[in-house]
Design a protein around this ligand. Sequence first.
Ligand code: KG4
Ligand code: ZN
Length: 338
Amino acid sequence: MPAILAIESSCDETAASVCVDRMILSNVVASQKVHEEYGGVVPELASRAHLQAIVPVVDTALKRAKTSLDTIDAYAFTQSPGLIGALLVGAEFAKSCALARHKPLIAAHHMQAHVLANLIQSPDKKNDIPSFPFLCLTVSGGHTQIVLCSDYLTMKVIGQTLDDAAGEAFDKSAKILGLPYPGGPLIDKYAKDGDPDKYKFPEPKIDKLDFSFSGLKTAILYFIHEQKEKNKNFIEENIHDICASIQSRIVSILLNKLKRASAQTGIKNICIAGGVSANSGLRKTFAELGAKEGWKTFIPAFEYCTDNAAMIAITAYFKFLAGQFEDLSVVPSARAAF
Ligand code: KG4
Ligand code: ZN
C-alpha cells in the first residue's frame, strides 16, 4: 500500500495529488490565468507561475489527503512531454523531496498517464475498470493518439495526428470565432443549444488510423470569412449552430477512426482520455457508438480528463509495484515517445 505524492507541471496547470494504493486521496489543480490575455500559453510565464504555485498546491494536496510528508513512500513527477521550463519545476521539486526524505523517485510520461486515468478506482470502488487489452483514444491540446494498452505499462501508439491535435482543432476554431483561449470548453458550451447538422464541414481522407485536423481548420476559416462578407453579424447570430457543427465534425473524425481501430484489432474494451474527453458531445456520442458496436466503454471521471496529478499518481503507483525508479540524475524532456 504505497503512499505516493505526484506532481504535474507540463503546461499551464500546477497540480499535486496523493494516492494510496489505487485510490486518489487528493487532486489539486491550480490553473494559470496569466496566459488568457496572450491567447495561448507563454512558456516563460508558465515556468514562473509553477514556481509560485508549487508549494501551496502540494501543501493543499497533503492537507486534503489528511496526511503529511512523513507518510509518503515515493515522489513522482511528469518527465515528458511538455514545456521544458515548466517540466523542470515539477521534476526538481520531486527530486528535492526524494533526496531530503530518502525515498524513491518515479518519472511518468504525461500521455501514458492520461491513458491510465481510466484505471483510477473511485472511493466507493464501484467504477468499472477496463481489463487488458484495451484501446484508448487520447485527445489533448498537444496530442491525438489511439493507444493499444496490453498491460499497465505496456502501450503502443497505433494511430496519431499528422498535424494539429484535436484540442488544437477546438482551440483554433474558437479563435477564428473570436472566443478566448482555451476555446474548447466554450465551443462545448455553445454547442449544447445548437444544430450539429446546420453547417457541413469536410471529413479528411487520411490513411490507416492516423488523423488530420489542419484541413478542417482552413475550411472553417474560409467559411467564416465568406459568411461575414454577406452578414457581418454572422458569428454572433449563429454561434450555437456553428459550434455544434464544428464539434460534431471533430467528434465524427475521432470516432470513425476509433471504430476502425476496434475492427482492425478485434478489441472491444475502449477508453477515451485527455482534455478533449471532457467534451460533452464526445462523451455522449462515444457512449452511443459503444452501445451500438457492443463495446465496453470507459471515460475517466471529469476531474481526471484535463491535466491533473492524479493520473501521474496512478501511473507512479504501477511503476512502484514494477520497481521502476529513477536516480537523481533523471532529467525532463520536452518530447519523448513511450
Ligand atoms: O489534456 P489537457 O488538459 O492538456 C494537454 O495535455 O494538452 O488538454 C487540453 C485541451 C485544450 O485544447 C482544451 O481546449 C481541450 O483540452 N478541452 C476541451 C474541453 N475541455 C478541455 N475541448 C473541448 N471540449 C471541452 N469541454
Ligand atoms: Zn494533458
